[in-house]
Write a protein that binds this ligand. Structure first.
Ligand code: ATP
Ligand code: TZE
Ligand code: MG
Length: 310
């Protein structure tokens, strides 16, 4: 997993002193090193075809695997703790999505998270429908003691998770929203930053990120907040745009640091959504064109995408 550019990308972007001197598109932050890390992550996935394993919901499992393949990685899906834990030895990062739960998941998922935590294995959590149901809440609460490296969700899910982990007061939270968001991305800025700080404190290398999807996506490492405009409203008219974005985030996390991985995946999706919308006649062909665009986009197209800081 590590090489020179990887280490460089992992360290340079987290030292504001290296970036704070000049005025750039990102306000006081020079985004050039971060953009190079994003391009390198996209390149590395295409050349190294990393495995990112998934424990994900039954609705969108096929799109998650196909999107990981289209981005350049490989996929493996499993629901058996010993299988998942063994496969993690060859998986660069894992993706866990709590969208469709079965009773045995209540023990299986915390067991898997504890094993990842013990082994320092990186993983992405998609807290689908956070706030709904006693079992889902118990599972998500259990992850607090063995946290993921990246949390990726819509605004309502990020707010609900930050609330159940005691990082924000319940007054700041909204009502649970099913699998769709009822909150704007802006409402999740504070909770996302607190969540990212919590994850970074728990991470062996103190690196973590939170990605909030919506009309304008937001990514934060707990220190900086990056906004990523674009995408397509048609992404909300197929099921699994968010889930497959989470799976692809894990694919990038297999080769890059968390902030870089979260940014690269969200930027890739925004560009792919725009290309697919231009070609599609409706949701069915949109999904087909989305996969093609994930495959065809270049590292430079992804890394030169609009990013604003703050
Ligand atoms: N109105 C919109 N305009 C542009 N892009 C959007 C819009 N809504 C969602 N997206 C994009 O769709 C992708 C999925 O985000 P979304 O917030 O729909 O995830 P989600 O709610 O977790 O989805 P799901 O649970 O169906 O998988 C992201 O790349 C996001 O940028
Ligand atoms: C529709 C749906 N229901 C449970 S998971 C899922 C996929 C989107 O999150
Ligand atoms: Mg979702």
């Amino acid at each position: 997993m590590s090489n020179d550019s990887h280490v460089h990308c992992g360290t340079s972007i987290h030292h504001p002193t290296e970036c704070a001197d000049e005025q750039h598109e990102g306000g006081s932050l020079d985004l050039a090193p971060l953009r190079e890390c994003i391009a390198q992550a996209v390149r590395d996935v295409k050349s190294k075809t990393p495995l990112a394993q998934s424990f994900t919901n039954f609705v969108t499992i096929n799109l998650v695997a196909n999107a990981q393949l289209a981005a350049g990685g490989t996929a493996a899906m499993s629901f058996l703790p010993d299988d998942v834990i063994d496969t993690a030895a060859i998986s660069g990062a894992d993706y866990i999505n709590v969208g469709t739960l079965l009773p045995f998941y209540k023990d299986a998922l915390p067991q898997i998270a504890r094993a990842f935590h013990k082994n320092g294995h990186r993983w992405v959590l998609d807290p689908v429908a956070a706030g709904i149901g006693k079992t889902r809440t118990e599972i998500l609460r259990a992850f607090r003691a063995a946290p993921p490296t990246i949390v990726r969700g819509n605004a309502s899910e990020i707010i609900a998770l930050a609330t159940m982990w005691g990082l924000i007061s319940p007054d700041e939270a909204s009502r649970p929203a099913g699998v769709e968001s009822v909150d704007d991305v802006d409402a999740a800025v504070g909770p996302a930053k607190k969540l990212a700080q919590f994850l970074a404190d728990a991470a062996p290398d103190h690196q973590a990120a939170v990605a909030v999807s919506g009309a304008v996506d937001l990514v934060t490492d707990g220190a900086q907040v990056y906004r990523l405009p674009g995408g397509s409203a048609l992404m909300a008219k197929i099921t699994g745009a968010g889930c497959s974005l989470g799976g692809v985030t894990a694919t990038y996390l297999a080769v890059a640091e968390p902030l870089t991985a979260a940014l690269a995946a969200s930027l890739l999706y925004n560009r792919a959504g725009e290309i697919a919308e231009a070609k599609a006649e409706g949701p069915g062909s949109f999904q087909v064109h989305l996969l093609d665009a994930l495959w065809n986009l270049t590292p430079e197209q992804v890394s030169s995408s609009p990013i604003t800081v703050g």
